[in-house]
Design a protein around this ligand. Structure first.
Ligand SMILES: [Zn+2]
Length: 121
């Protein structure tokens, strides 16, 4: 069963929105008489369609990354020594060798989860 994350729901909503806007744009382009209103409607609907499609792509990519990280975390907790993902985490390109985060999949750069918990007395 495939996990459903908030990013997957966002991707679906953006895909449906892009399809709806593209359909509306096509309908308006066919129904409007040629003129400035037609070009405005066509340009605006094309822009919104491309924007929503890009948002859907980004959300889908983030969803797949979260699923891979969750799978990696489960294998890591079972001591199966999984290989790190590429890139190991979102901080990989900007950390300059420092520790990354508690979600990092590279064991050498990973911050232990207990350091992220609030201090207790
Ligand atoms: Zn990392």
């Amino acid at each position: 069963m495939t996990a459903v994350t908030a990013h997957r729901r966002t991707a679906r909503a953006c895909t449906i929105g892009a399809g709806g806007i593209a359909t509306t744009g096509t309908y308006l382009t066919v129904m409007l008489t040629p003129g400035p209103g037609l070009w405005l409607a066509a340009g605006l609907t094309t822009y919104v369609t491309v924007l929503l499609a890009w948002c859907a792509h980004r959300a889908r990519t983030t969803h797949h990354r979260e699923v891979e990280e969750a799978d990696w975390e489960q294998r890591h907790e079972r001591d199966q020594a999984p290989d790190s993902l590429t890139p190991c985490c979102l901080l990989a390109e900007h950390s300059r060798g420092a520790a990354h985060s508690h979600r990092c999949t590279d064991v050498e750069h990973r911050i232990p989860a207990r350091l992220n918990r609030p201090w207790s007395s």
